[in-house]
Ligand binder design. Structure first.
Ligand SMILES: NC(=O)c1ccc[n+]([C@@H]2O[C@H](COP(=O)([O-])OP(=O)(O)OC[C@H]3O[C@@H](n4cnc5c(N)ncnc54)[C@H](O)[C@@H]3O)[C@@H](O)[C@H]2O)c1
Length: 391
């Protein structure tokens, strides 16, 4: 008999919200997960009205406190199996903590929290209560991110010498925050976004891509957080030079004032034997460049188990492909892959079985915490004029 679909609750998502929608589409991707309830807005009346107008029937709650209290009283099977937090950064910690205390698994948006202390507290709670927790680093959900990780971590490029991880956007090149764009308003406010604007918002994704693909950590960093727009309180351009745990070097950069760049997240990994290139806006392929040879282009869906360069491609990597090649996967597919993997852990948790939230399938709570720590260290370095600080 088919299993019952998991029940999911949203925290945030009403009144013109952005990322709640890719999440809710990805939740419904496989038919095995459904959004059943939500606390969609900080104003209780708006929250209920937005739930009434949701594209399909859901139960609306006036607040996330009400939702967590009501849902946690229900028996397993009736209550939500997990919650997705899609609020601005300053409203991540409180609902995440309350959900964990109620024993409800959480998929939380990044950056995990706005302080390291809060992130530490969530790590402790997740590990002591043994509850599935995901940090929504969308882009590691691309199959080609998985393939990049396999190529680099199986040593096919040799030792990593240099990484350029970047996330460039141009939408804040002017005072977008003064034009009634709610996504811009809170992102430039330190109370709601945290200590770094551009770095916290998108630099954390570049860091995650680096850590996920290479398996390396940062040993020390030298950062420059710059603000090009007059009177803007947070950085809109973020440049970090880093020494990696293997002695290699990296540039982790992000920008919101780079006119022409839309959602230009990418990575170039240079090893002693070859270079790998991947770009989020062209996510169906990974390019490998070896000295003196034509470029190798690996398209999702076309990778063979007996490929002369890749050699032993793991079966579980090939099993993660959902569509034949040429039927293009993109942003929603990446999000769906994260929710699919998270679902497997939530089902195991519900049944009292062990689960593997080790960061290989989706970013875990420690990955989220590392993003917050990276930001705090980058701010520290930048305030000291780019001085090297230990990670
Ligand atoms: N993973 C990604 O690729 C990605 C992309 C965009 C945004 N994000 C992250 O997602 C989060 C939301 O970003 P966004 O651009 O969607 O923001 P948004 O402003 O579009 O939406 C925020 C939503 O949260 C709601 N909200 C605010 N306070 C609330 C409260 N107390 N209770 C209930 N709802 C509340 C708002 O009403 C709105 O519906 C941020 O943390 C951001 O960094 C991640």
């Amino acid at each position: 008999m088919s299993q019952r679909p998991l029940k999911v609750g949203l925290i945030g998502g009403g009144a013109g919200a952005f990322i709640a929608h890719p999440h809710q589409r990805a939740i419904h991707f496989d038919g095995t997960r459904r959004v059943v309830c939500a606390a969609l807005h900080p104003d209780p009346a708006v929250a209920l009205r937005e739930a009434e107008n949701w594209p399909y029937p859901i139960h609306g709650y006036k607040s996330y406190d009400e939702m967590i209290e009501a849902e946690s009283k229900k028996p397993l099977g009736e209550r939500i199996d997990y919650a997705v937090i899609v609020t601005p950064n300053h409203v991540h910690f409180d609902p995440a903590k309350k959900l964990l205390l109620a024993g409800i698994p959480v998929m939380c948006e990044k950056p995990l929290t706005i302080t390291v202390e809060e992130a530490d507290e969530l790590v402790k709670l997740v590990r002591s209560k043994k509850i599935p927790f995901g940090t929504a680093h969308t882009y590691i959900g691309h199959w080609t991110s998985r393939l990049s990780r396999f190529i680099v971590q199986s040593g096919l490029l040799g030792e990593v010498r240099w990484v350029d991880a970047y996330y460039l956007q141009g939408w804040l090149f002017e005072r977008t925050e003064d034009k009634g764009v709610m996504q811009a308003e809170w992102r430039v406010d330190p109370k709601r976004a945290g200590a770094s604007g551009c770095g916290g918002d998108i630099g954390t994704h570049a860091l995650m891509q680096l850590r996920y693909c290479t398996g390396l950590e940062l040993r020390r960093i030298s950062a420059h957080l710059e603000t090009f727009l007059p009177n803007r309180l947070l950085d809109d351009h973020f440049t970090v030079y880093a020494e990696l745990s293997n002695g290699g070097k990296a540039l982790i950069r992000a920008s919101q004032i780079s006119i022409g760049h839309k959602n230009d997240l990418g990575i170039e990994i240079v090893g002693t034997k070859g270079t790998l290139r991947w770009a989020q806006e062209d996510p169906e392929k990974v390019v490998v460049q070896l000295p003196g040879q034509p470029d190798l282009v690996y398209w999702r869906g076309c990778v063979q188990t007996n490929d002369a360069f890749l050699k032993n491609v793991p079966a579980d990597l090939l099993a993660e492909i959902t569509l034949p090649s040429g039927h293009v996967e993109a942003h929603h597919d990446a999000f769906a892959r994260l929710h699919r993997c998270f679902e497997a852990d939530v089902r195991a948790y519900n049944e009292g079985r062990p689960f593997q939230d080790d960061g290989t399938k989706y970013a875990n709570v420690e990955d989220g915490r590392m993003g917050v720590y990276f930001i705090s260290k980058a701010v520290e370095s930048s305030r000291k004029g780019g001085a090297w600080v230990e990670m």
